[in-house]
Structures are given as structure tokens and as C-alpha cells.
Ligand binder design. Structure first.
Ligand SMILES: Cc1cc2nc3c(=O)[nH]c(=O)nc-3n(C[C@H](O)[C@H](O)[C@H](O)COP(=O)(O)OP(=O)(O)OC[C@H]3O[C@@H](n4cnc5c(N)ncnc54)[C@H](O)[C@@H]3O)c2cc1C
Ligand code: SF4
Ligand code: SF4
Ligand code: SF4
Ligand code: FES
Length: 687
């Protein structure tokens, strides 16, 4: 007799002995499953298929629950979703695997680093560059100036030194540009929608790139005579040659991006005009304002931004022989190195904290020092005066006190420590501000840092108006501006298509974090130490006299050698791992039940599969497969409770098990615990 039941109010008929899961499938209702394998007896161990049955207490695993006459199954309910979320969080709490390479998690643009590096290793810079530009607009420019947040997380740091990731994406992009083959991605059919982008810096350019790919028109308006934002008017030529930036902007123009230059929002055009003329607006106005020295006489100091911009316009200001720069960030370093190149006899940088707290890459400071800049610490300006033809900067010595709101030690003046410095020019490199304010656009809401947005979508308070980059978060990094441009394009596309504006929700990432010594030994087994490939550079004796680029770029041989150091971290199952997909669907937080994770182990002895017990969810599917295959040596559960694992009996290596059924075992494994070699994501070294 057939069995009749309902699921979420929909009637369905199944054969006796069939489960609630079978009934749901008949109705086309997707119930998640992990431990269940069709044709095998239910393990009912993961509980992600939980459903509610009317009239019964608790929740029940749909995969193991026989359908009964008149049963009323509830699948679509908060209680059910919560139970599944908790089940996933428990499974992930001791899971040991990096879904994506730690380097990729470190890059704000989530560049697929192992994948593009694997293409360089294979000698295919064209493909490498195409992979890079998918996530990272302006890869040659960022390949010169990014502070390499990715490299700090590189697993290779635990062996000797990080991969030279930044230099490798610079290499791929430079190769293609020099060959006249920049990557032009395919474009979706035209949508007829038009987007105004105010600000043609990295955020605006990245947004334009991604909007154009989706078939929208993108018009970039900028107050400056040329596009590029701070990459053109802030960062000096010796770090980022203009021909490199121009070529990358040229790609966006080739894709159809239009530039309207010399147009200032709030002066030449209003936001209302733009909202009328366009279907959406993206505000990418950066942090273009400068802070003064904050002491009497500050009007006598030049602003570092103004100074650098004049150089960019080809009108280098006269500085005189003794230049003092106040500040400790990128801008201070760029201004000091530019002053050296303009012929100043003495260039001093004064910073109120110590070298450790400097908010720029240490290599920038070292490069400045090598070129003759004197960087002095724990000094703050007190007063600036003109004395005859010279400037006199009265300073105080500082000492470090308790941390301030930024978390860095607060500099405190040392009483009676005032001293004077004579200078021909004083340049303030104290910080930047967002210069577009409520004064220009009264309807737009602002936060403490800049334009107020919803962080997930970059929507402002005005419908159809989005904002991102430095203009939202204050002075920051080009890579984060590029990432913001990509996110804005995703949100704007949803808005233009009439979809729910949701931004670009990320998949959940399992993260192993720090590995202990035994785990590192496992990770680096058979890996030979290989030092990081050095970047060829102009020697300081030459570089200090020219605005020509200092870092000269990798040769093909150097890039090949460096790319071969990559360990291909990340999980080969990342794109089709069910636990990861469900975790995203149910908004599971892998860290919710933070506890001890399992140890990282990797059995590489089998010719067809790789086994990582730390990713096993103990569903037993592979044990069943091995049993069914009847091999001499299969797989079995060992241990109890937390220490339970699936392994080959008698402590034998995987090579001796799964003789005839390795492929099938990998197929049924719902995670990346058993992975077939050669089927994983590109870039993964093993699978
Ligand atoms: C000297 C210096 C050195 C730096 N070094 C580094 C580095 O080494 N690495 C790094 O990652 N980052 C560095 N940065 C920071 C980086 O340049 C910025 O984080 C990045 O450029 C921000 O991008 P954005 O698109 O948000 O804004 P921006 O690059 O500032 O672009 C904003 C654009 O908007 C335009 N605009 C502003 N207001 C209006 C208006 N009202 N109407 C029309 N147009 C307008 C401007 O003309 C500009 O072109 C540096 C910055 C400076 C100043
Ligand atoms: S098995 Fe899945 S969850 Fe685990 S690391 Fe691999 S992709 Fe991530
Ligand atoms: S953009 Fe920066 S953080 Fe991202 S991969 Fe390049 S160097 Fe690394
Ligand atoms: S070794 Fe390669 S994949 Fe692994 S973290 Fe470093 S760059 Fe990324
Ligand atoms: S308990 Fe049903 S799929 Fe795991």
C-alpha cells in the first residue's frame, strides 16, 4: 500500500519503506544531506537533514525516518533551519582544513593566488593574468604598490619566507601588456543601464570594470584632468610608472568605460543631476583632503599631497636644501624620497611614535633611508615660524604612553624637551580627510570617516546611490578600494536588474590557523627550502637621482622559480564541498563552538587519492564503499568520542587500502577528506 504524507503542506505518495528524504526528493524539496549515501543503510550521524514531524517531540533525520501514513513533515521552519545550522557548526568545530589558501584570505580582493601562480609555474602568463583580473582590477599597478597583506599569511613563512605574490601578479600583467595582449574579459549583452561613477581612482575604476563586464554603461567623472586618483597624483612615478597606470586605465576604456574629466561633483554637477541622468551612481571620491600640522604656524607648511600632486603635474616645487617632513605613513615616505630626487641636501622625516608603529611597509622606510632620508622617532611639532628666509620648527620629544583608540601606543610629550629645527621647507604628511561633505550634498548621510554606507552592499541612504573606497572608510589602501569597487559593482548590478541588493556574500571558509610543529613537519614533508626570489632594483646611489622606477620586475626565469615555491594551499574540494555549501546556505559560523580542532595529517601514499583525516565528518560512507568492494584491507572506525577516526586497520598506510574502490570512496566522501588526485581546484597541489 502506498504511503501518503505531506511536506510543508504539499501532499506526496511514496512506497512503503521509503524515507522522508525520498518523499522530499519526489516533491523536488531539497533537504541537505552529508552522511547519507543512496543505496547504503542510513548512518544518521550528521543531522543536517533534520526535519520536524507534527505531533512528535524533537527533530528527526529525514534520511533515516521511514515515511508513514498521514505524516505531516515540516521542513521550512526556523526551528529546522537552526538545528541544521547547529549541526553544521558542530561538524566544523573540530574540522581541520583551509578551504582556500591562507594567502587568498589575506588579500582583500580574494585573489585566487594559488591558481594564478600555478599558471605562471606552467609558463602560461596569459591565463595567469586572466585569473588575476577576474578579482583584481589594476594588477600591474597593485603589483607595485600593494603592501602585500596576502604574503603575511603565506604558509611558506613557517618554512623560510613568504611567496613573492605581489611581484608575481605584477609579472603576469606586465608580460601581457608588453606583449600587447592585455586581458579583455568577455562582456554580457548590453542592458541599456547607465551608471555614473564619481571618482576615477582605484575604487571607481574597479567598479567600472565589473559593471562593463555585466553589460552596463559606465561613465567615470573626475575632478582631476586625468584618471587614476591617488595612484596618479599621490604615489610617485619611481614606485608606479604612469605608463603602467595609463595602460590599465586604457583597458577599461577599451571595454567601453567613458571618462568625463575636470568635472567636480558639488561644483560642476550635482548629485541630483546625476541621479536624473543615470540609473545608478557610485561615489568613489577618495580622501583627497590634507590635515595640517595641528600647531601654531601650520599654514607655513606645505601639504605632502599638494607637493606630490605638483610633481605629478610636472611642476616640482622649489624646496631649498633642508627639507623636514612630519608624518610616518606612505605619504611621508613618498614625499621624502621625492624631495631627495629633487636635490634637497638634507631630508629629515619626524615621526611621533617609534619605527614599530609606522603605518607603512618597513621596506619603504628602508628604501628611503638607503636613499639618504633621515627618519627620526618620538618627535612631534610644537610651533612653526618664519625666521628670515628660513623656517623654524619647534619640536617636543615624545615617549609612548598607554594605547589610544587606534590601539597604538599614545605618544606623550616629555616635559622640557623642546628643541628647534631649521628648515628651508616643512611638509605635513599627517593624514588625509574625505573632502566631499554634507556641505556639498546635504541629503547624503556621513559617518565619522566619510560617506555612510551599509558595509555588506555599499548602499548609501539615497536609493540607487552607492559609495566605496577611501571616501567611505578614510585613507586606506588601494587594494581595499579595488575590492570595494568590485563589491559596489555586484550591488549596483542587483539594483539595476531589480533584484534584492545583497552585495557579494562570501562562502564560509574553514581555517586551520596556526599549525604546531608536528603539523608543520607534515605540511613541509618532501618540500625543499628555497629562498624568496629577490626583486632586481636600481641601487640607491642611482635611484636617488631619478624618478625612474626603482623595482625592475621579475625576468621569466625568476618568475618561474618563484612560482614553483608555492605549496598550492587550499582544499581541492573547495568548489564542490557540500559541508561548505550548506554552511553558506544556513549561515553557519565555523567558529561558534570554538574548541580544539583535530590535528592536520595528510596521507599521500595512495596513487589515486589523498586522505586528510582532519576533514572527515565520520559519516562512514567510505567504510561502506570499502566493505562493499570486498578489498582485503578496507577502512574502519577507530577510537571513541572526540578521538574517533576512520583509518586503515593495523595502522597501515592508505596505499594498502581502497585497492579497487578509491574513486568511489572519493565520490561518496561529502568533504575533502578523501580526494581524487587530479580533480581538485587548479592550484591545489595534490588533488
Ligand atoms: C602618497 C600616497 C601614497 C600611497 N601609497 C600607497 C601604497 O603604497 N599602497 C597602497 O595600497 N595604497 C597607497 N596609498 C593609498 C591609496 O592610494 C588609496 O587608498 C586609494 O587610491 C584609494 O582609492 P579611491 O578610489 O577610494 O580614492 P582616490 O584614489 O583618492 O580617488 C578618488 C578620485 O575621486 C576624485 N574626486 C574626489 N572628489 C571629487 C568630486 N567632488 N568630484 C569629482 N571627482 C572627485 C579625485 O579626483 C580622485 O581621482 C597611498 C596614498 C597616498 C596619498
Ligand atoms: S573539506 Fe570542505 S570545509 Fe573542509 S577544508 Fe575542504 S572545502 Fe573546506
Ligand atoms: S593585491 Fe595585494 S594583497 Fe592582493 S594578492 Fe596582490 S599583493 Fe597580495
Ligand atoms: S604557499 Fe602558495 S598557496 Fe600557500 S599560502 Fe603561500 S602563496 Fe598561498
Ligand atoms: S543524518 Fe541524514 S544526512 Fe546525515
Amino acid at each position: 500500500m502506498p504511503v501518503n504524507l505531506t511536506i510543508d503542506g504539499r501532499p506526496v505518495q511514496v512506497d512503503p519503506g521509503q524515507t522522508v528524504l525520498d518523499a522530499a526528493r519526489k516533491l523536488g524539496i531539497a533537504i541537505p544531506t552529508l552522511c547519507h549515501v543512496d543505496g547504503f543503510p542510513p548512518a544518521a550521524s550528521c543531522f543536517v537533514c533534520a526535519v520536524k514531524i507534527e505531533g512528535r517531540p524533537n527533530l528527526w533525520p529525514a534520511c533515516a525516518l521511514p515515511a508513514t501514513e498521514g505524516m505531516v513533515v515540516i521542513n521550512d521552519a526556523d526551528e529546522v533551519r537552526d538545528a541544521r545550522k547547529t549541526a553544521l557548526e558542530l561538524l566544523l568545530s573540530d574540522h581541520t582544513g583551509d578551504c582556500i589558501g591562507p594567502c587568498r584570505l589575506g588579500c582583500p580582493a580574494r585573489l585566487d593566488i594559488p591558481n594564478f601562480i600555478s599558471r605562471i609555474a606552467a609558463g602560461d602568463s596569459r591565463r595567469a593574468n586572466a585569473i588575476v583580473t577576474d578579482d583584481l582590477t589594476l594588477p600591474a599597478s597593485l603589483g607595485r604598490i600593494c603592501p602585500r597583506l596576502c604574503e603575511q599569511r603565506c604558509r611558506r613563512c613557517d618554512l623560510e619566507q613568504a611567496l613573492s605574490i605581489r611581484n608575481l601578479h605584477r609579472f603576469a600583467a606586465d608580460q601581457q601588456r608588453d606583449a600587447g595582449l592585455p586581458h579583455l574579459p568577455p562582456k554580457d549583452p548590453p542592458t541599456g543601464k547607465r551608471v555614473a561613477i564619481v571618482g576615477a581612482g582605484p575604487a571607481g575604476l574597479a567598479a567600472a570594470y565589473h559593471l562593463l563586464r555585466r553589460g552596463h554603461d559606465a561613465v567615470l567623472l573626475d575632478a582631476h584632468p586625468l584618471a587614476g586618483g591617488m595612484l596618479r597624483y599621490g604615489i610617485p612615478e619611481f614606485r608606479l610608472p604612469r605608463r603602467v597606470l595609463d595602460a590599465e586605465i586604457g583597458v577599461i576604456q577599451k571595454l567601453g568605460g567613458q571618462l568625463r574629466l575636470g568635472v567636480r561633483l558639488g561644483q560642476d554637477v550635482t548629485l541630483d543631476n546625476l541621479r536624473r541622468e543615470f540609473d545608478a551612481v557610485f561615489l568613489a571620491v577618495g580622501a583627497q583632503g590634507s590635515r595640517g600640522l595641528g600647531c601654531p604656524g601650520e599654514e607655513l607648511a606645505a601639504s605632502a599631497l599638494g607637493f606630490l600632486e605638483e610633481i605629478a603635474h610636472g611642476r616640482p616645487p622649489r624646496l631649498g636644501p633642508e627639507v623636514v617632513i612630519v608624518g610616518g605613513g606612505n605619504t611621508a615616505m613618498d614625499a621624502s624620497r621625492s624631495a631627495v630626487r629633487l636635490g634637497a641636501a638634507s631630508v629629515r622625516v619626524l615621526y611621533r611614535r617609534t619605527r614599530r608603529e609606522m603605518p607603512c611597509l618597513m621596506e619603504e622606510v628602508e628604501a628611503a633611508e638607503a636613499e639618504g632620508v633621515k627618519v627620526e622617532f618620538l618627535i612631534a611639532p610644537e610651533r612653526l615660524e618664519r625666521k628670515g628666509g628660513q623656517l623654524r620648527l619647534t619640536c617636543l620629544r615624545m615617549e609612548l604612553g598607554p594605547p589610544d583608540e587606534s590601539g597604538r601606543a599614545r605618544p606623550v610629550p616629555v616635559p622640557g624637551s623642546a628643541f628647534d629645527i631649521e628648515a628651508s621647507s616643512v611638509i605635513a604628511a599627517i593624514g588625509q580627510t574625505v573632502s566631499l561633505t554634507a556641505r556639498h550634498i546635504p541629503d547624503l548621510q556621513f559617518s565619522t570617516w566619510g560617506i555612510a554606507v551599509k558595509p555588506q552592499t555599499l548602499e548609501t541612504n539615497l536609493p540607487g546611490v552607492f559609495a566605496g573606497g577611501d571616501g567611505v572608510i578614510g585613507p586606506d589602501l588601494a587594494v581595499r578600494a579595488v575590492a570595494a569597487g568590485k563589491l559596489a559593482a555586484a550591488s549596483i548590478h542587483q539594483f539595476l536588474m531589480g533584484d534584492k541588493v545583497a552585495g557579494a556574500p562570501e562562502l564560509i571558509h574553514s581555517v586551520m590557523g596556526k599549525l604546531d610543529e608536528t603539523e608543520l613537519a607534515e605540511l613541509f614533508r618532501d618540500i625543499e627550502g628555497a629562498a624568496r626570489t629577490p626583486m632586481p632594483q636600481l641601487p640607491p646611489s642611482e635611484s636617488r637621482a631619478t624618478f625612474a622606477e626603482v623595482e625592475l620586475g621579475f625576468s621569466p626565469e625568476a618568475a618561474a622559480a618563484e612560482s614553483k615555491r608555492c605549496l598550492g594551499c587550499g582544499c581541492g574540494k573547495a568548489l564542490n564541498c557540500r559541508i561548505r555549501q550548506y554552511a553558506a546556505e544556513y549561515h553557519a559560523d565555523p567558529g561558534r563552538f570554538g574548541g580544539e580542532r583535530r590535528l592536520f595529517r595528510r596521507d599521500l601514499t595512495h596513487p589515486e587519492v589523498v586522505y586528510e583525516p582532519g576533514k572527515c565528518i565520520l559519516c562512514g560512507a567510505c567504510v561502506q564503499v570499502a566493505l562493499e568492494a570486498g578489498d582485503d584491507l578496507g577502512l574502519a572506525f577507530f577510537g571513541r568520542g572526540f578521538a574517533t577516526s576512520v583509518a586503515v586497520p593495523f595502522n597501515r598506510p592508505m596505499a594498502e587500502a581502497l585497492k579497487t574502490c578509491a574513486k568511489r570512496a572519493a565520490e561518496v566522501c561529502p568533504t575533502g577528506a578523501i580526494m581524487l588526485r587530479g580533480t581538485g581546484c587548479a592550484g591545489c597541489r595534490f588533488a
